[in-house]
Design a protein around this ligand. Structure first.
Ligand code: ZN
Ligand code: ZN
Length: 364
């Protein structure tokens, strides 16, 4: 059975358990997961007997190469929505349909809620994360893709570091890193590359800017690669042009210890909040609890941020097969910040840390 056929089987069981006759899938990562289609315009309808992909003429050739045989593809010349109504008319057993609440615009929701109000036989129900939940556990092929995305990212980082000097801007470093990522085979950048120097490293979501890197600055890299649609997400922090001072070493050591013990102790079956506590309790005990203001990590896969979450409020257990980040940080306003982020597979036998790039406070 193909991966797509297996995923459709799991989704159909979830639909049956929720008394739904069909799911309309409009989120592109979910469409890719369920069909193989990588284009930017499509709608998917999954019923007990069929998976239908509607897309437009631009993708007529592309779908032949990438859409799984378990899916029926329809190339529509005018409106995907009008075609959807026609296809639905031909499915008499389909009455209760769900749409993805997190991914439908109000404008699109109005189309089917209007279509339902004119006496049609369809009942639309909101569905929350039906496909996202299936995507949490990765199969071997998905893990292999993430592993390659990690390898590409680490290769690019290794190729970039020898070029970094005080006097360069954050953007100079980002340009080099992104060149190396592309050269090493990355299909794109899963998010805007973060290069943050000095006090700016205390901004957990800093963008690379024109700020000039000074001797002795902390320099934080947070970036990733994409391979066969799957993302990696890595953070390392270094010092530029000088040996680290005592405070830089102290903060960095605290983050590295928190990262190392959380990566070693995180387990499938643990609640997201208990995983978060693996690093947070340690950082709290050192007196830096207030300076670790974000959650410990998130799932990665077709999207850079996906389920499951490792946070103070995450009650659900982490499923076996999830690939998650472990990214504790300490951020001190006006001084700087340190974050170390690794990508970890939650295997049934225990965690496997995919990222291998060394975690010391290197002097560049
Ligand atoms: Zn990251
Ligand atoms: Zn991350």
């Amino acid at each position: 059975m193909s991966a797509v056929a297996e995923r459709l089987g799991r989704l159909r069981r979830a639909l049956a358990a929720s008394d739904l006759d069909a799911l309309l899938v409009s989120a592109l990562p979910n469409i890719r997961y369920l069909t193989g289609f990588t284009g930017s315009n499509g709608l998917v309808l999954v019923t007990p007997g069929e998976c239908l992909l509607l897309t437009d003429f631009r993708y007529a050739t592309q779908v032949k190469g990438e859409v799984d045989p378990a899916v029926r593809t329809v190339i529509e010349g005018a409106s995907l929505w009008q075609r959807l109504w026609k296809e639905l008319q031909a499915l008499p057993g389909t009455r209760v349909l769900a749409f993805e609440t997190a991914h439908v615009t109000h404008q699109d929701a109005a189309r089917f809620l209007d279509a339902a109000s004119d006496g049609s036989r369809w009942l639309w129900r909101p569905a929350v994360n039906l496909v996202e939940v299936l995507r949490e556990s990765k199969d071997d092929d998905e893990v292999a893709r993430i592993r390659e995305a990690v390898r590409i990212a680490e290769h690019a980082l290794g190729a970039t570091l020898p070029h970094v000097r005080a006097g360069m801007t954050e953007l100079d470093v980002a340009a080099r890193l992104e060149f190396e990522l592309r050269s090493a085979g990355s299909e794109g950048f899963p998010f805007e590359t973060i290069i943050a120097a000095g006090a700016r490293s205390a901004l957990p979501h800093a963008r690379a800017s024109r700020a000039v890197i000074a001797k002795g600055d902390l320099l934080l890299f947070d970036f990733g690669a994409v391979h066969a649609g799957y993302c990696s997400d890595i953070t390392r922090t270094f010092v530029v042009g000088a040996a680290p001072d005592a405070r830089q070493l102290e903060v960095h050591t605290a983050v590295r210890e928190a990262n190392g013990s959380a990566s070693a102790l995180v387990r499938a079956g643990m609640r997201g909040r208990d995983a978060d506590a693996l690093a947070r309790d340690y950082i709290d005990r050192l007196g830096y609890g207030e300076a670790f203001g974000h959650s410990l990590g998130h799932g990665i896969g077709l999207e850079i941020h996906e389920a499951p979450r490792l946070s103070k409020t995450a009650e659900s257990p982490l499923p076996a097969g999830a690939v998650v980040t472990i990214e504790p940080g300490i951020y001190l306003e006006g001084w700087g910040g340190v974050r170390i982020e690794d990508d970890v597979v939650l295997g049934s036998e225990g965690p496997e840390v995919l990222t291998t790039f060394q975690r010391d406070l290197l002097q560049l």
